[in-house]
Design a protein. Structure first.
Lengths: 268, 323
């Protein structure tokens, strides 16, 4: 968890300070400096337009961070809403919503995202929204399960007996108690969303050049597989370390929040 | 068991209807309508022809009527013709499906052959260095972008060492080669995509196997088996393994959507002539009939995978059947 936190802190630092830390302009082309290998001037080399890879990497961290945070916020919101309505009210509403979840789970999410992107066009905003509205099913299931197990407990019955409204019960008593697992899923989900964004950008359907994103840097770099190894090595490493950071943090949170696992080592 | 099978099959009907409806609705969101798209950018076309085309496609009917007609057609596996070369969608998919099934079938098999023993061993050596290594390794697996792994392997084995081909399924001269060389040609093309596809699932399956095994070896009957003096080998492989495998079987079915989803990117990178690359190409060319077909077929494959997993589960664990 410590390592995960450190990696994420580093990412946030990079994203916030990119304009001061980056030694060069990330978009301005310098055709005299094309495809230079890593050196003291360009720590991570330059790309086919002579742009400094390190600078582009630093600016790219903003895209990853933004996409991860916004996309996950959207789907946590939708998933929590659907899950708590289904879990709390039960009956036909629950049946309909959960069948909808079953149906969406059968359609490969990545394909769904690809299709919708093709219709609405690639842009950072579209990517965030589309990942958000296609990926909420797991959260809905999780929240529903939590609510189902909580709602029969005595403190909820007590709240009902004193005449508390449904909305108040859900927001004040049920959701705060279900927050832990949702937090874990959200943390792991940010890593997942960053992977999806970079895959899309890699396929040319994500963040569009010249705006640097780690995915489209890899896309541009793959044409120079033979003569410029640094173009695919560093952006990939950045994605890997970022996602690893979120995964470590998420798993750490899970262990911390689940008292059964505390002290007995990691367990699943 | 028969009753269970029947119940599962009946439950699939509303799901299939739902999937088809959602695919249909998504297609309605697509910009432009099929009539104007299929005549393309040709400005010489008489507008009255488009009106006629609209009528013949039934595009002026109410949405539900259109859905009903479309549903009738896809029940007969008629997804219409592709925009690209005006061939039946189902024929185009049928050409590509074997390559995808070959890659994902092999990868699924390899995945379980490798991941399950890894996970079982990790559980057996719980909290020892081997277990920690496997845990660390699975974090790496979770976090590794598959397309980056693909690029690195292409760089290493394709470009630097020049050992393996990095794209396609066969070499151009393959059909002139003798039988054995042709097999090797296919195998050598398979290796890199197979490794990348399998690696993606390795982490989650081995972790799942580990958890499942950890739960089993804490059970009383395992303690009993040990207490009556059975060898450790017998305890693990005879008593524990069978029970630990039960939940893993379901995972095999559930990992199908991931495999199919992953195939879109991996097949594209390796130019593997399968359904995933076809899907990506049709996304780029806005070939809606083809996209619909691929969407419905992959959802159907996923449902089948889930069904098989459920059946295997019920077969292995009688408690499920009689619920």
């Amino acid at each position: 968890m410590l390592w995960g936190g450190a990696l994420i802190a580093l990412l946030i630092l990079c994203a916030l300070t990119a304009q001061w830390m980056a030694p060069y302009d990330p978009i301005l082309q310098a055709l005299n400096d094309r495809l230079l290998p890593p050196s003291p001037h360009h720590w991570m080399g330059t790309d086919q337009y002579g742009r400094d890879v390190l600078s582009r990497l630093l600016y790219g961290s903003r895209v990853s961070l933004a996409v991860g945070l916004v996309a996950v916020s959207i789907y946590i919101f939708i998933g929590t809403f659907v899950g708590s309505v289904a879990g709390y009210y039960g009956g036909w509403l629950d049946a309909v919503l959960m069948r909808l979840v079953d149906i969406l789970l059968c359609i490969p999410t990545f394909f769904l995202i690809l299709m919708v992107i093709a219709f609405v066009g690639p842009s950072i905003l579209n990517i965030m929204v589309i990942i958000g509205i296609t990926s909420w099913t797991d959260v809905a299931r999780l929240v529903r399960g939590e609510i189902l197990s909580l709602k029969e407990r005595e403190f909820i019955q007590a709240a009902r007996v004193i005449g508390m409204s449904d909305t108040r019960i859900i927001f004040r008593h049920l959701l705060p108690n279900a927050l832990g697992p949702v937090l874990v899923v959200a943390t792991l989900g940010i890593g997942g969303a960053i992977l999806v964004e970079s895959s899309l950008s890699f396929l040319g359907l994500g963040v569009q050049p010249p705006t640097p994103s780690w995915g489209n840097m890899l896309e541009e770099g793959k044409d120079h597989l033979t003569d410029a190894w640094w173009l695919i090595t560093f952006p990939g490493l950045a994605i890997f370390l970022t996602v690893l950071g979120y995964n470590l943090l998420g798993e750490g949170l899970r262990d911390y929040l689940d008292p059964r696992l505390r002290g007995s080592g990691r367990n699943g | 068991m028969r009753q269970y099978l029947l119940r599962r099959l009946l439950l699939m009907i509303p799901l299939l209807l739902g999937i088809s409806f959602i695919s249909f609705v998504i297609m309605q969101l697509a910009p432009g309508d099929p009539a104007s798209l299929s005549v393309g950018m040709n400005s010489k076309i008489d507008p009255s022809y488009i009106v006629k085309l609209r009528q013949s496609y039934g595009l002026d009917d109410p949405l539900m009527v259109q859905y009903w007609h479309w549903l009738q057609r896809i029940c007969r596996l008629d997804f219409g013709n592709t925009f690209h070369d005006n061939r039946p969608v189902i024929t185009v998919i049928a050409e590509r499906l074997p390559a995808t099934l070959l890659l994902s079938g092999l990868s699924e098999a390899l995945l379980f052959l490798v991941a399950v023993p890894l996970g079982i061993l990790a559980a057996y050596y719980h909290n020892r260095w081997y277990d920690r290594f496997i845990t660390f390794f699975s974090f790496v697996g979770f976090s590794m972008p598959s397309f980056w792994l693909a690029l690195l392997l292409m760089l290493l084995f394709g470009v630097k060492m020049n050992l393996l081909p990095v794209s396609g399924m066969t070499s151009t001269e393959a059909e002139y080669l003798p039988w054995a060389d042709r097999m090797w040609d296919l195998v050598s093309h398979l290796i890199l995509p197979l490794v990348v596809t399998t690696f993606g699932g390795l982490a989650s399956v081995s972790r799942y196997a580990r958890t499942s095994m950890l739960e089993v070896i804490r059970q009383d009957y395992i303690r009993t088996a040990r207490a009556k003096g059975l060898s450790e080998f017998q305890v693990i492989f005879h008593h524990a393994l069978k029970n630990a495998l039960i939940p893993i079987v379901t995972l095999a079915g559930l990992s199908l959507p991931n495999l199919i989803g992953g195939s879109f990117i991996i097949e594209t990178i390796f130019s593997w002539p399968g359904m995933g690359r076809l899907g990506f190409e049709s996304v780029l060319s806005h070939d809606y009939p083809l996209l619909m077909g691929i969407g419905v077929i992959s959802a159907f494959l996923t449902l089948m995978g889930n069904l098989l997993a459920d059946l295997a589960y019920a077969w292995l664990d009688p408690r499920i059947r009689y619920d």
